[in-house]
Ligand binder design. Structure first.
Ligand code: SF4
Length: 279
């Protein structure tokens, strides 16, 4: 058994949200830089250069990467040999989020869905816990922008759908998202699962976009094909035309019911503010 203080969890959550609000993960920044080098349209190239400049300014001036500092999402993978001490785990995570948004002067974006009254502290975060083997805790965070989340979708195809139809469905949804998702986008995709697990797995695919563990060969082949398909649409940076509509695709394949073929897209903008820490 391993004892971990939830106060440490609180501090790590706070630091992850603070860091990712100001510093784009290096792998995504490099994707943006290589997109800028390959882009052929003038508006597309100009936008990619502005996005790179924005990253530099955000990091050096300690200003958020975007005015929309996102809804806070946390995934905890908890080894079954871990025992927590200190304040309740959920409370500790909430405190970490609250502190990050206060200390960093980040916009609070969480509100009542009907009155639209801002709740004032960007809480509650959306939390998912997964029990794993071992005695470690993996904390993953994501600050999800509203514009791109509005364009995430699940469709349930017929079980007879061909791979070509699956790919076309994904491309159609990205085209429908258009400039509202602030392309070039990052895409987490779940093929299979159901109405409950599809969105969760697509979210985790997005959070792990440039992380380990690697995809299976089958997932990797589909991700590569979709990367080509989506960039071939010509939608381009901010929808103004160009070669770069998507920066990365990660696919998760999950077993599903014999009567259905769920396709779930978690679409993120270029500002993929995700972070991970292993305790
Ligand atoms: S979709 Fe992303 S880049 Fe666009 S406004 Fe929202 S957080 Fe900012």
């Amino acid at each position: 058994m391993r004892l971990i203080s939830t106060e440490i969890i609180c501090a790590e959550v706070r630091d992850l949200f603070l860091m990712t609000a100001f510093i784009l993960p290096e792998k995504i920044r490099r994707r943006l830089a290589s997109a800028a080098m390959t882009e052929t349209t003038e508006p597309g190239q100009m936008i990619l250069e502005r996005l790179l400049e924005n990253c530099e300014l955000a990091t050096s001036n300690f200003t958020p990467l975007c005015q929309d500092t996102g809804l806070a999402q946390v995934v905890l993978e908890i080894g079954q040999q871990v025992f927590f001490e200190g304040p309740p785990l959920i409370q500790a995570i909430e405190t970490g989020v609250r502190q990050a948004y206060q200390v960093g002067f980040l916009r609070k974006s969480t509100c009542h869905p009907l009155t639209r009254q801002n709740l004032g502290d960007n809480c509650p975060p959306i939390i998912e816990t997964i029990i794993t083997s071992g005695d470690k805790v993996l904390i993953k965070t994501m600050a999800k922008g509203g514009g791109c989340d509005n364009k995430s979708r699940q469709i349930i195809l017929k079980p007879t759908a061909t791979m070509a139809e699956v790919r076309q469905s994904v491309v159609d949804l990205v085209i429908q998202a258009g400039s509202d998702a602030c392309p070039p986008i990052c895409l987490g995709l779940c093929l299979g699962g159901n109405f409950d697990s599809g969105p969760r797995l697509a979210k985790r695919a997005l959070m792990d976009l440039f992380e380990d563990p690697p995809m299976t060969d089958e997932e990797s082949d589909i991700a590569e094909a979709l990367f080509e398909d989506i960039n071939a649409t010509g939608l381009g940076p901010m929808g103004l035309g160009g070669l770069n509509t998507v920066l990365g695709v990660r696919v998760k394949i999950a077993p599903c019911h014999i009567a259905s073929l769920p396709v779930t897209l978690n679409i993120n903008c270029h500002s993929l503010r995700t972070g991970q820490v292993l305790l």
